[in-house]
Design a protein around this ligand. Structure first.
Ligand SMILES: [Zn+2]
Length: 87
């Protein structure tokens, strides 16, 4: 099942509750370039659903190098015949 990057709106306007079960939050560390694929249920468990993801990203800590600053993120969404793109 392929994943495709999606844009759910302006970056500061995208909030936790915009993540669906077929999304994954891809977080990258600018210091060591490690990437993390974070499942939505992990985000929902730790942050209020109305928080902007830009605010959530301020709490990200790189597990490899300990960097906390400038963690970048984008959303990928699973596509495929079992997931109509319009849903
Ligand atoms: Zn790092």
């Amino acid at each position: 099942m392929p994943y495709e990057p999606v844009t759910l709106g302006l970056k500061f306007a995208v909030r936790v509750h915009h993540l669906t079960g077929r999304d994954v939050l891809v977080v990258s560390c600018p210091a060591c370039h490690k990437a993390y694929w974070v499942a939505p249920h992990v985000i929902y468990a730790r942050f209020h659903e109305h928080l902007p993801l830009e605010t959530v990203a301020k709490d990200f800590v790189c597990k490899r190098c300990g960097n906390k600053r400038g963690m970048s993120w984008y959303i990928e969404r699973a596509s495929g015949p079992e997931f109509p793109r319009s849903a």
